[in-house]
Design a protein around this ligand. Structure first.
Ligand code: ATP
Length: 724
């Protein structure tokens, strides 16, 4: 079955007035000679390089097919990466393009642009109308729908704000997710679109923050649907392009959000966190992908491991202020580029089915739904010159995880069209509903059959759900027992002097010595937990079942083990353990950094010595001293991976895929400055021992995508990077 990976384009925006650009984030291009073209290679097969905030001698490299520097134009991005998608849409496939990045990184600029410098959306519309005018033999109609996801609720942007109710997200029989009651308006000219779009944008939730005067407070999804009726074949081909301007993840220290903004911010960060988890689960080949954990991922389900063709535009902001967010965005992009979709052509055949022989009718099983037609080949590298809808298709095998599409009349897009279909399509739909069955059955017989089938299906689903629920409860119970057992064992053992004798002297690192009992305990606990679940996706499944506190505990347990192994020099084992930890705390920024660093050390066969752990501070409480239970002490094993907030309870640093507790009260500017400095200071502290060993400038190639261009290490002699 043909698959298509999500394509990544990264764009670094220019520094804005008053911003500092320390040039730690760079775009390195391939040379003209290497690409054999005169395009200068700009935007094609280049890399983003980022200096490690914790060790300036390390440079992380992220190769993507398209990287755009601060001078890149809107036209360039559209021509290289978006224009080729138009042909795909007209071949009956859904394309999803989404802009992702921290707040103020330029997502809206890239997608919408300005009147004088239009972005992806206006250019796409023009290109779609241009393409439409070249198609002959089809009756083509275009429809637009536009929604925003604000605080995890979906609103129609084509209706006035006061009349916009929360819209439900549903799934049809074919597994296709759609937003019920979303308006879908026909558009016959570019000007018509512009009027509708400009009016709708006024309904979008936008607010001012310290980082962006017009910050998007919601995710916006604009969908253009193409319906092509072929009168000769009596078929309808339906393509779609979803243009998604995501809200940016936010660091409330930098945005200076007030409490009402914070609630928005929490919703934004939560949904982006789920997006990160979905991509993570897809990378792990997990059997359960947490699409349902947010409306955003539910609506983008088809674009992530589904039947669309995807393009992720990663927007990056320059300067040290955003460096951590840049790394997070790039990490997300690296993961996303491994996500595979299985594009499907959405075609509905309106020809009446041939009438079967009466003898066959007697033993006729209920009509099976035709499986989705799968694209044999989809070229995303075209130049936009393809002619007309693609007709070649072969496999009829059902798509495994997310077929989400049907070529029968069951197919429903995000929006259910309300009006303005071309007359012919309307006629077809009418004749579909009232016409002959093709099997000589009466309406009543059909109704009866349908009700029987529906009843059977409902009964089956209920039984399935009941079973799943029972299994889930049993698993949860088991986990609770394990946890209880484990914590009582831990307390018991900590009192037992015998345990000390079991330690092989001189082998354990200082960390292990401190936590020797716990190490054994944790190992056995983790082993027990592991045995309960299949390999492969067990961490993701388990993480789904655990409470947030248990997840954190388990993550820390893995981190403690990983750290111990890394100190012993078992870097590969340590790396595996850190990755496991990531399944439980996917949003831990320092853990991500640690993984990158160890990956680098393993790849380059270098030693890795973690920065020394800060001494554990005694926790003081007014009045009485707090007794820290042993179990809790294990949580501090890797304090440097997870700094504890001090003072008032709040989370300072936000990132993609990071779950936030935006419950804190904004600090005073002086407090903000102090704690920001601390964050920066922490980030800049290099792993000292390692620095001694690694005097030469190191380059990290942070990609497992071998077929992508990996340029040589930067040299002082060459201004531009050259393909070797
Ligand atoms: N490539 C660019 N060239 C010039 N200015 C840019 C570019 N990208 C972004 N900007 C400017 O940067 C500012 C922030 O951009 P924008 O609003 O697009 O960010 P955003 O990522 O959509 O932010 P948010 O998530 O808060 O909505 C705007 O003033 C915009 O004009």
């Amino acid at each position: 079955m043909a698959t298509a990976k999500i394509k990544i384009a990264a764009r670094l925006r220019p520094k804005l007035h008053g911003e500092l650009d320390d040039e730690s984030i760079k775009v390195l291009h391939a040379t003209e000679e290497a690409w054999g073209s005169s395009s200068g290679g700009n935007g094609r097969g280049s890399i983003i390089s980022v200096t490690n905030p914790r060790d300036a001698s390390q440079v992380f490299k992220f190769p993507f097919t398209s990287c755009y520097d601060q001078d890149a134009t809107q036209e360039e991005i559209f021509r290289n990466d978006v224009q080729p998608m138009i042909d795909i849409v007209y071949s009956g496939v859904t394309v999803t393009i989404f802009a992702y990045g921290v707040t103020s990184s330029g997502k809206t600029h890239t997608m919408q642009g300005t009147k004088s410098d239009p972005g992806v959306i206006p250019r796409t519309i023009r290109a779609m109308f241009d393409k439409k005018s070249t198609i002959s033999g089809y009756d083509v109609s275009l429809l637009v729908s536009y929604m925003e996801i604000y605080k995890d609720e979906v609103y129609d942007l084509l209706v006035t704000r006061e009349n916009a109710p929360k819209l439900p997200v549903r799934e049809n029989d074919a597994g296709m997710v759609f937003v019920a009651n979303l308006t879908s308006e026909p558009i016959s000219t570019v000007e018509e679109f512009d009027t509708i779009y400009n009016r709708a944008n006024k309904h979008r939730s936008v607010g001012a923050t310290n980082l962006n005067r017009a910050s998007s407070r919601s995710h916006a999804v604009l969908t253009i649907e193409t319906r092509m009726f072929d009168p000769a074949e009596n078929k309808i081909l339906t393509g779609k392009i979803n243009l998604v301007d995501l809200a940016g993840s936010e660091n409330n220290k930098l945005t200076g959000n007030d409490p009402s903004r914070m609630a928005e911010s929490a919703a934004i960060n939560k949904s982006l966190s789920v997006l990160g988890q979905v991509v993570h689960a897809l990378n792990q080949n997990a059997s359960r992908i947490p699409y349902r954990n947010s409306k955003l991922t539910r609506i983008l389900q088809d674009a992530l491991g589904g039947s669309s063709v995807g393009l992720l535009i990663c927007n990056l902001a320059p300067g040290v202020k955003f460096r951590q967010d840049t790394l997070n965005t790039l990490n997300f992009a690296v993961r996303t580029k491994n996500v595979e979709n299985k594009p499907v052509i959405h075609e509905r055949d309106n020809r009446p089915a041939p009438k079967p022989h009466f003898a066959a009718l007697a033993i006729q099983p209920p009509a099976a739904k035709p499986a989705p037609t799968v694209l044999q080949t989809i070229s995303t590298a075209g130049s936009g010159t393809g002619a007309g809808p693609t007709r070649s298709r072969t496999s009829l095998a059902p798509v495994s995880r997310v077929p989400r599409a049907s070529i029968t009349g069951n197919y429903q897009p995000f929006a259910l069209p309300r009006k303005g279909l071309s007359e012919k399509i309307k006629e077809e739909e009418v004749s579909d509903r009232s016409g002959s069955t093709g099997f000589g059955l009466t309406e009543k017989e059909i109704d009866e059959r349908i009700s029987r089938a529906v009843e059977a299906e409902v009964a089956r689903r209920l039984a399935e759900r009941e079973k799943e629920e029972q299994e889930r409860r049993a698993k949860e119970q088991e986990l609770r027992e394990l946890e209880r057992e484990s914590s009582s064992n831990t307390q018991h053992r900590s009192r037992s002097p015998k345990k000390e004798q079991t330690l092989p002297s001189g082998v354990l690192t200082p960390l292990l010595k401190r936590h020797r009992d716990l190490d054994d305990e944790l190992k056995s606990r983790l082993e027990e937990l592991e045995n309960k679940f299949e390999r492969g996706n067990k961490e993701v499944q388990l993480a789904d079942l655990l409470s947030p506190v248990s997840k954190k505990k388990t993550g820390r347990a893995y981190v403690a083990l990983a750290r111990a192994h890394s100190e012993k020099g078992d870097l590969q084992v340590a790396l595996d353990l850190y990755r496991k930890a990531e399944s439980y705390v996917p949003d831990n920024i320092k853990l991500k950094e640690r993984i990158i660093e160890i990956e680098w050390a393993v790849k380059n066969d270098k030693d890795f010595i973690p920065s020394p752990k800060p001494p554990r501070k005694a926790k003081k409480k007014k009045g009485k001293a707090k007794i820290v239970p042993v179990d809790e002490a294990t949580m501090d094993v890797d304090e440097d991976l997870e700094p504890k907030p001090t003072g008032r309870r709040r989370q300072d640093k936000t990132e993609f895929g990071m779950e936030l507790t935006n419950t804190g009260i904004p600090e005073s500017p002086s407090q903000q400055k102090r704690s920001l400095d601390t964050v920066e200071e922490e980030a800049e502290t290099p792993p000292k021992k390692q620095k001694k060993r690694e005097k030469a400038k190191a380059v990290v190639e942070n990609s497992d995508d071998d077929d992508e261009w990996v340029p040589p290490a930067p040299s002082k002699r060459s201004k531009r990077q050259v393909v070797s």
